[in-house]
Structure formats: C-alpha cells, structure tokens
Design a protein around this ligand. Structure first.
Ligand code: URA
Length: 429
C-alpha cells in the first residue's frame, strides 16, 4: 500500500485558513487527485478555498508545473521553423484562429493550434471547422508535426494527454462555481500551452460582457499572471487585452463564422475581425523574431488563402464545398431610429447557443447552421423597422427562447455611441 505524503484534509485546511501551500503539498495534491486518491468533493473544497483566499505567484507557478507533470509534453524541436501559438480566453463570434493560423504560416512560422469545443455561450474552434464538409479534428502527434513541417499550420483537437489533471479539474470547477478564479484559470490555460511545447505564445485576453473578465483591471491581472507563468517556463509570451463587449465581426455560429473567416482570407471581411487578426499575427511573428513583415498584404494577395486551403485539405476537408445553410431564419428589427449604442456580446452569445450553435453539456451535438448574422454594430445609425439581426436554426421551435435572451441586448440612443477606438486596449509583455 502506498503511504501518502500528506493528508488531504490538512492541505484543504491550510488553504481554507489562508496559508500558502508548499511545492510539496501542491505536487502531491495534483498527483493524488489524478490518481483518484484525493476525492472529487475534497478537490471541490480546495478549489473553493483557492477561489476565496487566492494564491501567491509562487503557488500558481508550482500548481501549473504540477498540472504539466500530470500529462504528456509535445515536442516540436524537430521542426525547421519556429513555432508561435495564440490562445483566446473565449468570446462571442471569436473566429480569429481560422484566418490567423494560415496567415502567420505564410511567414515561415509554424502555428500549432490545439483547440477545443465550445461550452456555454462561447463557441469552439473545432465546432466551427467541423461545419466544413469532410474536415476531421483528430490528428496523431506525429501527424501534427508532419503537417506543421509541410504546411506550417494545424488546427486540431488537443489530445487528452496534455495536462491530464486539468481535464478533471476543469469539469469539477464547471459544476462548483469555481471557474472564474484567476489562479485556476491561469494555471489551467498555461499548463496546456506550456505542455504543448510552443516557443512563442500570444494570449488574447478578452474584456467585456461576453468574456470571463468583465472589467479591465481583472483582465490585466489575469494577463500578467499568464505572461509571467509563460516566461518563467521559457515560452516567449505576451498578451493583448481586447474588446468583447460586442460580438466580433458580423456573424456568430459555426458555419456562419467559417464563411466570414473565408471572407477575411479573401482580403475582405469586417474591419474588427481583420484588425484583430492582423494585430495578433504581428505579435506572434514578433515573438518568432520577424518584425519587418507586411501582414495585411498576405490577406489581400491570396497567400493566406492558399495556406488555408492546403490546411483544410490536409484534414480531409473540402475548402471549395458550399457551407451548410439554415432552413429557418427570423429577422429582429430596430424598434426605433437613432444610433446603436449597445449590442451586448453575452446576450447575442446566449441567443446563438439557444438556436443550437452551442452545447450545454460536453456530449451534446451542435448545429452547423445555427447562429446569428448581425446587420448593424455599435456606432451605426439605424431606422425603426430596419433589420438588426437574422437568426438561423435548423429547429425553429428554438426561436422564442433565443429572442427572449435578446431582450436587453440592444440599446438605441440619440447620441453617438462610445465605441472603443481600437479593438486592442493594451499589450502586456
Ligand atoms: N480556459 C481554460 O482552458 N481553462 C480555464 O480555466 C478557463 C478557460
């Protein structure tokens, strides 16, 4: 019988009483949780104690390292080009990974985007790409490395082996109201990214109603915590704080977002999506040592589109095939004339989710066709009766609940809207 180094209740009590946990305690508790020795209810109590009493920087670093040690590490050292990755803390209409990965690859920097599926109101990159006929999310580690060497970009499902403890802990946090906690979010995200083995990493930390972090101060703390963890682990890391008070672009939902991403890759698309894609690409390239590059030109001259098509084909997708379209649509119109002063990201995200674009439980299917097209954004003038949004779904019985969640989403006023000058608020290095 294994003699355990600590008693779980002592570790929980220490955190409950506001003490810092030692490296030995942290290494043990993560390992014992992964082995099933620390029970779910005990980890739930510890997560809540961390939520309430916070963690010191050294504890967060040790917690992250223990999570990394709970799973496998990937190795991109055989590649002939540097790697640079991006991680978004999640938002509404956030399709940026789709144009970004092929765009960065144009400049001979490899982009390993090991992605996830959506849960709740934020969409998942894999769900979006799966609306492309034939496209496969699952790749072996060897196939990921081959595709990175050959094409320079891969967007695929993160294997179950990276930071194994996080899988259990994230599911537990989801059911115990302990997700929204800076030390736990930072260690969860960074353990996976450090284990992935990228040499550069740009964090897109979202701020606003559609994001985890509703205010700039908390977003800044989260960003700095993650940047420090990355740097300490030898990953060249920086963060952009970006606006998520309103959806990104003019589409929310899986196939709709792919369509808009392809517009960006064809040199068009909404300005906010293009601006954020370019800002993140420039930052990823800077971290890989490439500063003298014209990123916008690679969107307008078709080079990024060429990489996109090769990347989709490499995973059995047909980039030329028509995307699925919803059979049922319903239009929401402006109730008065004036300037659109608010189009709330969270409400639109929830509405899209209710139309079938997202899932409530991990095992639920999603609809490719469901989502929302926006016809106006904050700052635009609208007239009463003008279409503001078109809702799409395969199951029209969902319209009423989706429309209910849009009740407070829209504000139309007489004055100019306070629209941020730039989608990027700050950079943290
Ligand atoms: N994304 C993660 O991977 N983990 C968190 O805790 C929050 C967002």
């Amino acid at each position: 019988m294994t003699v355990e180094a600590f008693d779980t209740v002592d570790v929980i009590a220490a955190k409950r009483d506001g003490q810092a946990l030692s490296k030995e305690q942290i290494d043990w508790v993560i390992d014992a949780y992964t082995r099933g020795v620390v029970a779910e209810e005990q980890m739930a109590a510890l997560a809540m104690a961390i939520f309430i009493n916070d963690m010191e920087p050294v504890e967060i670093a040790n917690w992250t390292q223990a999570m990394i040690a709970s799973g496998e590490r990937m190795d991109f050292s055989s590649l002939t080009r540097p790697t640079s990755d991006k991680h978004s803390t999640g938002g509404v209409g956030d399709k940026i990974t789709l144009p970004l990965a092929p765009l960065v690859a144009v400049f001979d920097v490899a982009v390993p985007q090991l992605s996830g599926r959506g849960l709740g109101h934020t969409g998942g990159t894999l769900d979006k790409l799966e609306s492309i006929p034939g496209w496969q999310a699952g790749l072996s580690n060897a196939a990921i490395v081959d595709q990175l060497e050959d094409i320079g970009a891969v967007i695929c499902a993160a294997g179950t082996g990276l930071a194994s403890a996080d899988k259990k802990l994230y599911a537990l946090r989801d059911t115990t109201s302990t997700v929204d906690c800076i030390p736990l979010i930072a260690s969860s995200i960074m353990s996976k990214k450090i284990a992935e083995g990228t040499s550069g990493l740009v964090l897109d930390v979202k701020v606003g109603s559609g994001a985890f972090m509703k205010d700039l101060r908390k977003a800044r703390t989260l960003a700095q915590t993650m940047v420090d963890l990355g740097q300490a682990a030898g990953v060249n890391t920086s963060a952009l704080l970006t606006d998520m008070s309103t959806p990104l672009g003019l589409t929310v939902g899986n196939a709709l977002e792919v369509r808009e991403s392809v517009e960006v890759l064809a040199g068009g698309g909404p300005a906010d999506v293009v601006d954020l894609t370019v800002a993140l690409a420039e930052e990823m390239l800077r971290l890989a040592g490439k500063t003298d590059v014209d990123v916008r030109a690679a969107l307008s001259d078709g080079r990024a589109m060429d990489v996109w098509k090769r990347m989709i084909r490499a995973q059995n997708g047909d980039p030329e095939a028509p995307l699925p379209v919803a059979e049922h649509t319903e239009v929401v119109t402006a109730t008065e004339s004036g300037v659109l002063t608010k189009l709330d990201a969270l409400s639109v995200g929830v509405a899209s989710w209710r139309l079938g674009a997202g899932r409530a439980r991990k095992e639920d299917p999603v609809q490719d066709v469901a989502g929302i097209e926006l016809h106006a954004k904050p700052g635009d003038s609208v007239t009463a009766g003008q279409p503001l949004m078109t809702l799409h779904t395969a199951t029209p019985e969902r319209f009423s609940r989706a429309i209910a969640s849009l009740d407070d989403a829209v504000e139309i006023g007489g004055d100019a809207a306070s629209v941020p000058e730039s989608i990027v608020f700050e950079k943290i290095t």
